[in-house]
Design a protein around this ligand. Structure first.
Ligand code: WT7
Length: 666
């Protein structure tokens, strides 16, 4: 093993907590790790039979499928993704809602925890069905048809779930844009997907503050001529929101026009369920396209087996519906399993640092799932906020979005799980649809900081980054790829299948390329080492450095910029922007830096704001003009002595200047 990951060999595996079974209301789905291994082997050797059986058992079909996997066999054949469950027809909202509403109408589907404690409510499966049916009819009346995309710009409220399920009920495609994105980002996503209807709120509430959601939508719509209607849920009731009579409609007024039931529209297994935009190496976000049956099966099975979710469980995923975590583990996964999902509108710090634990205690949450960035914040705030709560209902504690540092893992285990809940560090991506490398609660031994072993159907490999050759020895380090398609993997980038192939299936032919580096230790545990491309992960939000650079260039003073990530104690990574300006003699440097930060906030969203702006005379470029970001990363890490070969720079003297600027500012 290379030096950098040498220490991993010494980490000992920890057995699943004994207290897990004590807390269990019935029996876990898998007896032990041996049973996992047996099922895993079947899923890899014969995915068609394995997933065919799973899909028949767990999903409700209006027409059974003819073939579980096409082409049959294994692997990426002809360099394409596989199709799953061809010939089958189903409806996502039926699977998430109707079947549970029929069996158990009064069972809580959603526990809504509003931003302000005490202002939430509980929504049963029966009530959810009614809401979904009514909004589905509103959308049909607005001309939305099967296959059309609908843009969703909503905070974490039950209506966000109603919206997604209503869109799916009529066979349309939802395209959620995270409500932290700026109007410019929203506009680009609405236009790329050619959405004609937008669903939003008057305002949003977060951490006690109101956010002018509708105003942001209106700003975006100035450049979206195809949008003919905006459906607005009244969240705060502020009278002073912008309104266009010919276009805007109130959710509550439209909803009450329709009867409480409408039949779901069956769709083909491979029909698109949703798009979700994510950042990549280039400036243009990609509309990652997920199918109906394969995605649903992935969300269902991972929720069930990874978190051991039984129908009587209450799952609290503290993620936003604007990201894939919200799609798979707030909406689809829990509802497909007929469990109760917590919809949390607030922040971990409002009204104080006990908020998550108040929710867990009050609703007897059985599975809690969050990003390490929130845990770092809470760990720093002090354990006293956790200790006074009864958290004995918790069986599984999930972590997602970035590697979890061993000391944060220990804190989570000791103070939240109290040694009795199983910590599951789940590795996956927007593109994978559901977890791909993860422990299974109650089953898999874990090592703090390792995502452990592959989920069913995932055949992970470590490749040599330059030759693309598979590193077959147990101990290995390289780039992480997957050898064979699985049901919930993305099928395309909206409108650009070629880009899908170029990004994921062509870099290492025969494999799906994750974009992450990974190591495998002597016990076969996988360790995710972070992105190998120009993607930065800030507080679990995935950002493209190229996208931030294109935002900066919008400022009239900016000549050129290079954006890189650097380690940050709280947010995992933070954004640093090296900027060269058109006019060198600036009067007010602080003011200029502030303006540049505002530019990024406005162009992308507040969460993308650089933490550090460094005004420089020039950037390190090769003779062909390519910016060498590696050098910037090293200088920021104060590793000037490890810059490597800088002789290929067109002007090697720029390095000295950059070191000086970094030392002066950071
Ligand atoms: C990227 C995907 C998956 C939902 C949230 C993020 C990083 C994700 C882990 C983990 C280390 C992780 C990877 C990945 N990542 N989970 N458990 N350990 N890194 O989804 O926005 O599509 O980002 O997040 O770098 O490629 P996303």
């Amino acid at each position: 093993m290379p030096e950098s990951t040498d220490h991993l060999t010494h980490v000992e595996a920890i057995k699943p907590p004994a207290g897990f079974l004590e807390r269990h209301p019935s029996t876990p789905f898998l007896a032990d790790f041996e049973e996992y291994k047996k099922l895993y082997r079947q899923s890899i050797d014969d995915p068609e039979t394995f997933f065919g059986n799973m899909a028949r058992e767990h999903l409700s079909w209006s027409k059974p499928f003819d073939q579980a996997r096409y082409p049959p066999g294994t692997g990426f054949q002809n360099g394409d993704a596989a199709a799953w469950f061809l010939g089958g027809e189903l409806n996502a909202s039926y699977n998430c809602v109707d079947r549970h509403a029929i069996a158990n109408p009064d069972k809580p589907a959603i526990v809504y925890e509003a931003d302000e404690p005490g202002e939430g409510r509980v929504i049963s499966y029966g009530e959810l069905l009614k809401e979904v049916c009514q909004i589905a009819q509103v959308l049909t009346a607005l001309g939305v048809k099967k296959g059309d995309t609908v843009a969703v710009y909503l905070p974490m409220i039950p209506e966000a779930l109603v919206t997604l399920l209503a869109i799916a009920r009529i066979g349309a495609v939802h395209s959620v844009v995270f409500a932290g994105f700026s109007s410019g980002s929203l506009r680009d996503r609405i236009n790329d997907a050619n959405s004609k209807v937008v669903i939003t709120t008057d305002e949003s509430k977060r951490g006690g503050k109101a956010i002018e959601t509708k105003k942001i939508v209106d700003e975006a719509l100035k450049s979206c001529p195809q949008v003919h209607n905006v459906l607005v849920f009244k969240r705060t009731g502020n009278q002073h929101i912008p309104w266009t009579d010919s276009r805007d409609l109130w959710w509550h007024e439209e909803k009450q026009r329709y009867p409480p039931y409408v039949a779901p529209t069956p769709v083909q297994a491979e029909d698109t369920l949703f798009l979700l935009y994510t950042s990549g190496s280039t400036g243009k976000p990609k509309g990652i396209q997920h199918t109906t049956a394969g995605y649903l099966l992935g969300a269902l099975l991972t929720t069930k087996y990874v978190f051991d979710v039984h129908p009587q469980d209450v799952l609290f995923t503290a993620g936003d519906v604007g990201w894939i975590t919200g799609h798979s583990y707030v909406v689809y996964g829990p509802l497909l399993n007929g469990a109760t999902t917590v919809v949390f509108e607030g922040t971990p710090a409002y009204p104080n640092y006990s908020r998550y634990w108040d929710v867990v205690d009050q609703h007897k949450v059985t599975q809690f799932y969050v990003a390490p960035t929130a845990l770092r914040l809470l760990k720093r705030a002090g354990s006293s906020h956790v200790e006074k709560h009864d958290l004995s209902s918790l069986r599984a504690l999930g972590s997602v979005g970035e590697p979890i540092a061993p000391e944060v893992w220990e804190w989570y285990n000791e103070h939240v799980g109290r040694g009795k809940a199983h910590i599951c560090d789940t590795y996956w991506q927007t593109e994978t649809g559901s977890h791909i490398i993860t422990p299974l609660a109650g089953v898999t031994s874990t090592k703090p900081g390792s995502a452990s072993f592959p989920f069913f159907g995932i055949d992970p490999v470590i490749l040599d980054p330059t030759t693309g050759e598979e590193l077959t020895s147990t101990v290995a380090e390289g780039v992480l790829a997957v050898r064979s398609p699985w049901p919930s993997m993305a099928r395309s980038v909206w409108g650009d299948y070629n880009r899908f192939l170029d990004t994921y299936l062509r870099p290492y032919p025969g494999f799906y390329f994750t974009g992450d580096g990974a190591a495998r230790d002597k016990d076969g545990f996988f360790w995710i080492l972070g992105r190998v491309d120009d993607v930065v992960n800030v507080s679990g939000h995935r950002l493209s450095t190229a996208e931030i650079e294109s935002a900066l260039i919008e400022h009239p003073l900016v000549a050129e910029s290079a954006v890189v990530g650097f380690p940050d104690e709280l947010t995992g990574s933070a954004v640093a922007a090296f900027v060269s300006l058109k006019h060198k003699n600036l009067e007010d440097v602080a003011e200029t830096k502030k303006e540049l930060v505002i530019t990024v906030r406005k162009e992308i969203g507040p969460f993308a704001a650089p933490k550090l702006i460094l005004l420089v005379n020039d950037l390190p470029k090769t003779r062909s003009g390519k910016i060498m970001r590696r050098i910037l990363r090293k200088i920021l890490a104060h590793e000037e002595d490890q810059l490597g070969d800088i002789s290929t720079l067109s002007d090697p003297t720029v390095v000295k200047h950059l070191i000086q600027v970094v030392h002066e500012n950071f």
